[in-house]
Design a protein around this ligand. Structure first.
Ligand code: SF4
Ligand code: SF4
Length: 302
């Protein structure tokens, strides 16, 4: 099923020190509303079935967001908005906004939450936003970004104390978090498969991965191209038919690293996106893997 992360604007009203979106150039860019609508029309024709509005803070352009979600509903496209809850200053305000989004057909709200977000937005506002979703009949969940340190315990406890549905998401050490000190890690040799939903940036560049993929600037491995030169369908087809991307989706990054010659004891010290970067942001390794993806690599299974 075709799903896409839609970056209408990279503008944000807070400045989290772990932000992955930071570092994209220019940092604060935005599509024209009419252009965004044309793209969504085209996505409908290209059988895109889910759009997640993300990048900066989508509520900054709330009126535009309503129009875009309305259009998605008309095209039978499932919609999600990722937000930092800065707009949910009171429960009443939050309910008002959620009712407007519900009228346009919003399917789901994903509330970003972490000790970094909550330096700027009181955690009670995340609670208001979640309650407002319940009141308006919109599905919601909290994305709890964590580095799994003790510092995050009270933040997790707050979610439990308030019976909120949440899912821990590991910090991605890219963007502003690139220089964060990282705790040593030993995994149990997970495959590290990746679904890889494409991301459309406001400058109309599409990337094959919506998380750290746009930061692989040495090889631009995940860059699919621009909607100025290609259609939505052509770019999505590129993503779906690339042999190495398909190895990431089906085999996972760990077996690819092993195939590429990394020692097992080294592989287990890498986080998923860091391992991905080590393999695919190195021109020589990438060249070898691209060649292998059409042959030998496909045989590298039990
Ligand atoms: S992590 Fe999200 S809320 Fe925080 S600065 Fe980045 S875009 Fe804004
Ligand atoms: S592992 Fe690679 S493909 Fe998956 S989210 Fe991280 S950067 Fe993207």
């Amino acid at each position: 099923m075709r799903k896409i992360a839609f970056g209408y604007s990279t503008r944000c009203n807070i400045r989290c020190s772990h932000c992955v979106a930071a570092g994209e150039t220019p940092y604060s860019s935005k599509m024209e509303l009419t252009q965004a609508k044309d793209i969504i029309q085209e996505m409908g024709i290209a059988e895109v079935k889910g759009i997640s509005f993300t990048a900066g803070e989508p509520f900054i352009y709330f009126e535009d967001l309503l129009e875009l979600i309305d259009l998605c509903s008309e095209k039978n496209i499932y919609t999600r908005v990722v937000t930092n809850s800065s707009w949910a200053k009171t429960l009443e305000k939050a309910i008002e906004k959620m009712h407007l989004l519900k009228q346009c057909g919003l399917c789901q709200l994903r509330l970003s939450y972490s000790r970094w977000h909550q330096q700027h937005v009181p955690k009670q506002q995340v609670l208001y936003a979640a309650k407002a979703c319940q009141e308006a009949g919109i599905d919601s969940f909290i994305s709890f970004v964590t580095d799994f340190s003790e510092l995050d315990d009270p933040f997790e406890q707050y979610l439990r104390d308030n019976n909120l549905k949440f899912f821990p998401e590991p910090v991605i050490y890219a963007g502003r978090a690139e220089d964060f000190s990282q705790q040593p890690l030993f995994t149990d040799y997970q495959d590290n498969c990746c679904q890889m939903n494409p991301y459309l940036a406001p400058d109309l560049t599409m990337y094959a991965c919506c998380d750290a993929g746009s930061h692989f600037s040495t090889t631009n491995f995940f860059k699919l191209g621009s909607l100025n030169d290609w259609s939505v369908d052509q770019l999505l087809t590129k993503s779906e038919t690339n042999m190495l991307y398909n190895c990431i989706r089906t085999m996972g990054i760990t077996p690819i690293a092993s195939y590429a010659g990394m020692k097992s004891k080294d592989i287990v010290t890498f986080r998923k996106c860091s391992l991905c970067k080590k393999l695919f942001n190195d021109p020589e390794t990438l060249r070898a893997l691209q060649k292998a993806a059409a042959g030998d690599l496909l045989q590298w299974h039990r």
